[in-house]
Design a protein around this ligand. Structure first.
Ligand SMILES: Nc1ncnc2c1ncn2[C@@H]1O[C@H](COP(=O)(O)OP(=O)(O)OP(=O)(O)O)[C@@H](O)[C@H]1O
Length: 281
């Protein structure tokens, strides 16, 4: 679905922003693009969506070079931008009716159904978007990204500004898109979104890709294969960290009750730090 080879980009002549990115995203895959602020995530998304031009290297979408896409290319993609590009003096409904008018009628989703799916507050449907909270605006932006039933969905920080319940809702909606076969390019520095949703992730730092793999492999390859066991013995709480192979013979210490067993597997964030030498914020 997406093939990127040696992608370079500079906003100013003296300073290169992207230093030769190479990656591909398969049809129906949720691909996470993870990096700290200023690493080049939004720049990459803007190039892939045809907003930024003047890049170096090769970019192919839907099997065709980006520069030779047909006019209807934008009908096949949906984009949630980092900042909501909405008309703040228009209502959510008017914004969405306006954006929907760019697409052929037979590909449009029902706007009211979409807003209901996104749990948009009914009292705000006809009020100017400027009256809406950040989370409600994010719902309108997500509705905008989905309203043409895209085959390829670009999401830049989709759960930003959402409360935990909203984030769960959005992740569910992204999962539904996966089930329909939509390819998702998910730009984020939210490790939880990446870990829960992505088939593969790329770690980007300073305009370079430092690692690409499934979240599971990235964590497993770097696991120290330890478990932490919390237990009670003779009325006292204790914690022990033991090597996994030791568990073969059973729990190797006396206890009356096991309270919990946790894998000491590294988190995706630990892995990000290991590969890039820095955190995500
Ligand atoms: N319009 C612009 N003009 C000049 N420099 C820019 C412009 N947009 C971004 N940059 C610079 O390019 C680099 C990459 O920015 P980009 O927005 O792609 O990063 P990002 O990974 O998306 O960051 P964030 O998580 O903050 O959105 C940064 O150094 C940024 O300051």
């Amino acid at each position: 679905m997406i093939e990127v080879e040696n992608l370079t980009f500079s906003y100013q002549k003296q300073k290169q922003t992207l230093h030769g990115l190479t990656f591909s995203v398969a049809d129906g895959e949720i691909f996470g693009f993870l990096g700290p602020n200023g690493s080049g995530k939004s720049t990459t998304q803007k190039i892939l969506t045809g907003i930024l031009q003047g890049y170096g290297g090769n970019v192919r979408l839907f099997g065709k070079a980006l520069g030779s896409q047909q006019k209807n290319f934008r009908e096949k993609i949906g984009v949630l931008f980092e900042f909501p590009y909405l008309y703040t003096n228009l209502s959510a409904l008017d914004n969405l009716h306006y954006f929907a008018s760019f697409y052929p009628a037979d590909s449009r989703r029902d706007i009211n159904e979409l807003l209901e799916l996104l749990e948009f507050k009914k009292d705000f449907l006809k009020k100017p978007v400027s009256f809406c909270s950040k989370g409600m605006r994010q719902r309108v932006s997500m509705a905008r990204a989905l309203l043409n039933n895209p085959q390829l969905l670009f999401l830049d920080e989709p759960t930003s500004g959402l409360d935990p319940q909203g984030a769960v809702l959005f992740r569910g909606i992204i999962e539904e898109e996966r089930k329909k076969g939509t390819t998702v390019f998910l730009t984020t520095h939210n490790m939880m979104d990446a870990d829960l949703l992505c088939d593969r992730v790329a770690f980007i730092a300073d305009g370079e890709i430092k690692a690409i793999d499934t979240p599971k492999k990235l964590k497993e390859e770097n696991s120290n294969h330890q478990v932490e066991i919390n237990y009670v013995y003779q009325g006292k709480h204790g914690t022990a960290v033991i090597e996994m192979p030791e568990l073969k013979a059973g729990i190797p210490f006396p206890y009356d009750e096991i309270i919990s067993i946790h894998s000491k597997e590294p988190t995706l964030e630990d892995m990000f730090i290991q590969y890039t030498g820095r955190g995500l914020t």
